[in-house]
Design a protein around this ligand. Structure first.
Ligand SMILES: [Zn+2]
Length: 217
C-alpha cells in the first residue's frame, strides 16, 4: 500500500542556480538549459504548493491515486480512500510541516506560474516568468509588501533571501523587462514593515555584530 511516508514534496530551488541565471543574463548570455532547469524546478515547487495548500485547507490528494479526500483539520481523523490507501490527517500534515510549502496569500501567484510556464516559448518569455514570480510578494500593507513569495520557492531564510534578491546581477544586456521588475521590487521593499525593522535593527547593531549577520547564510 502506498504510504504517506512516500510523499516527497519538491524542494525549494537552490540559490546558486538562480544567482548563476542572473549573472549570465546580465552579460547577455542565454543558457537555455539553465533557464529550463530553474523554470521546471519552480514549476515542480509550485505544483507541490498547490497540492499542499489544497490539502492544508481540507482537500488532501490521496498519496496513491491522487483522489481528493476531504478532512476537517482534526489530526486524528482517518483519511481513507476508495483505492484502499489510508492515513491520518496528522501523518499527512507531518509530510509538509515546516517546509514553507503552504501557499498562503501568494497562492494565486504560484497557480498563475503553473499556467504560464507551459505557454512560454522563448528564453525571454521564460526568464520573465521566473523573474516575475521570484519578485512577487504576498499581501500589501502600509504601502509596502508582505512576505516575499521567494520564501516558498528558494532555499534560505527570509532575511537571507531579501539580501540574495538584492545581490542578483543586472546589466545593460539583461533580458528586457527584468530591471523594471527589480525597480518595482526595490520600491515595494522600502515601504515594507520587515524592511523598516531590518533597517532599524542594523542601525542599532554594533559593527562586529553586523559582520556576523552578513556572513550568516
Ligand atoms: Zn486513493
Amino acid at each position: 500500500m502506498a504510504s504517506v511516508d512516500e510523499i516527497k514534496w519538491a524542494r525549494r530551488v537552490r540559490q546558486d542556480k538562480i544567482r548563476r541565471l542572473y549573472t549570465l543574463d546580465a552579460k547577455g548570455i542565454v543558457d537555455e538549459e539553465l533557464i529550463d532547469e530553474v523554470g521546471y524546478a519552480m514549476l515542480a515547487r509550485c505544483e507541490a504548493i498547490r497540492k499542499v495548500t489544497r490539502a492544508h485547507f481540507g482537500r488532501a490528494a490521496c498519496p496513491r491515486c491522487e483522489s481528493i479526500i476531504e478532512h476537517n483539520g482534526d489530526k486524528s481523523a482517518v483519511l481513507s480512500c476508495a483505492c484502499g490507501s489510508s492515513t491520518t490527517w496528522g501523518e499527512y500534515h507531518r509530510t509538509y510541516k515546516g517546509k514553507q510549502v503552504v501557499g498562503g496569500a501568494a497562492y494565486p501567484m504560484f497557480r498563475a506560474f503553473i499556467q504560464r510556464w507551459p505557454q512560454t516559448r522563448t528564453p525571454r518569455d521564460k526568464m520573465l516568468a521566473i523573474d516575475a514570480l521570484i519578485h512577487a510578494a504576498q499581501g500589501e500593507f502600509k504601502g509596502g509588501m508582505g512576505r516575499p513569495a521567494a520564501c516558498n520557492l528558494i532555499e534560505g531564510t527570509m532575511r537571507g533571501l531579501i539580501r540574495f534578491l538584492d545581490d542578483l546581477a543586472y546589466g545593460d544586456a539583461s533580458t528586457a523587462g527584468v530591471r523594471q521588475t527589480k525597480a518595482q521590487w526595490d520600491a515595494g521593499t522600502r515601504g515594507a514593515s520587515w524592511s523598516l525593522r531590518r533597517a532599524q535593527a542594523r542601525d542599532a547593531m554594533a559593527p562586529a555584530a553586523r559582520e556576523d549577520e552578513e556572513t550568516e547564510g
